[in-house]
Design a protein around this ligand. Structure first.
Ligand code: ADP
Length: 327
């Protein structure tokens, strides 16, 4: 009996330049470039064991057997690894997200980055970061960025380019910023990112405008990141955020990820700025508000968000380091 096993840890990331929409659905290529910050606090740990006695892949997620859909997504990734194995077998995957799954806190990013790292290592393969990122990206575009620590960029994909991978821009020590997460609701979101993106692409009158404008916004963010110019970066990040949400809201049927608490937290961020604190908001495909600020302002921002009506919890995240296979 042969068992090959490996464990890997990956961290979620928050997009500063947002990703929304695919240029190639089959290859899961993004239609727009995105830039992310990998976060220290949002960790997934995954163990993959290739086991020839198994009759099918098995996924355990956060201590429960995963659904058929979740298991099928894992099998797709494992199949791409098995294609490079001499003696492929099914695998048992045990994964834990140390934060809410499917609630807009990018569990798919750290989830598929950790699974890619563990599966490739368990298979005994030595893949480059670019190859690992392309593998993770195929399962979840944001996962391609979570292969790296610090700040990473995923370019827009040209249809057919299966090798598209994220690139590291700066390490976690580049800039002492914080992301303060304000949890705005409990439970999984109603429309998953993949479905929301496809509906936006197919039905939103704002979709083409979003795709056309995103590269210019991303370029502003990349330049401001290099110069560590928080006000310029923050304003462009908010523009990127509101543009993609407008695109989702104007789909048919409309997709509104926000809750009343989301708006309340956005007002808190505005008030902080009016009072002189450089704090900037972003939201992903969910109701939570994530606020970018200088490390020195994080406690003040956290206090203001915690006092905001409806906010359930707050969490301060530092830039996170890369931490993949535990070789
Ligand atoms: P999120 O915003 O949390 O990333 P998505 O709807 O994009 O939400 O993705 C959630 C899906 O990602 C889950 O339903 C599951 O299929 C997959 N996923 C999340 N975490 C893991 C994990 N640790 N291991 C394997 N798959 C995961």
């Amino acid at each position: 009996m042969t068992k090959r096993t490996a464990r890997a840890t990956a961290r979620a990331n928050i997009a500063l330049a947002k990703y929304w929409g695919k240029s190639d659905v089959a290859l899961n290529l993004p239609a727009v470039p995105s830039i992310s910050l990998t976060l220290d606090g949002l960790v997934t740990t995954t163990t993959v064991t290739f086991d020839e006695t198994l009759a099918a892949d098995v996924l355990e997620l956060d201590g429960r057997p995963a659904s058929a859909k979740e298991t099928a997504r894992a099998t797709e990734l494992l199949d791409r690894v098995r294609a490079s194995m001499k003696a492929p077998s099914f695998a048992r995957v045990v994964s834990a997200n140390r934060f809410p799954t499917a609630a807009g806190l990018a569990s798919s990013a750290s989830g598929f980055a950790a699974m890619a790292g563990a599966a490739v290592h368990a298979a005994g393969l030595s893949w480059s970061d670019a190859k690992l990122s392309a593998l993770a990206r195929w399962s979840s575009a944001s996962a391609g960025r979570s292969i790296f620590g610090g700040f990473a960029k995923l370019p827009a994909g040209v249809p057919g380019d299966a090798k598209l991978a994220a690139k590291p821009l700066f390490g976690e020590d580049h800039w002492d910023v914080r992301i303060v997460v304000a949890e705005a609701a409990k439970g999984p979101k109603k429309v998953g990112s993949t479905e929301g993106m496809e509906r936006s692409r197919l039905t939103s009158p704002l979709y083409d405008a979003w795709v056309q404008n995103a590269p210019a916004i991303t370029a502003v963010i990349e330049k401001a990141l290099k110069k560590k110019d928080l006000d310029t970066l923050g304003a462009a990040m908010e523009q990127s955020t509101f543009a993609f949400h407008a695109c989702a809201m104007s789909a048919s049927p409309s997709i509104l990820y926000w809750q009343p608490t989301t708006i309340a937290a956005l007002r808190t961020v505005e008030t902080l700025r009016e009072k002189g604190t450089s704090a900037w908001a972003t939201m992903d495909a969910g109701p939570h508000v994530k606020v970018l600020c200088h490390a020195a302002d994080a406690a003040k921002v956290k206090r203001a968000l915690a006092k905001t009506e409806g906010v359930l919890a707050t969490m301060v995240c530092k830039p996170g380091a890369r931490r993949l296979p535990e070789r």
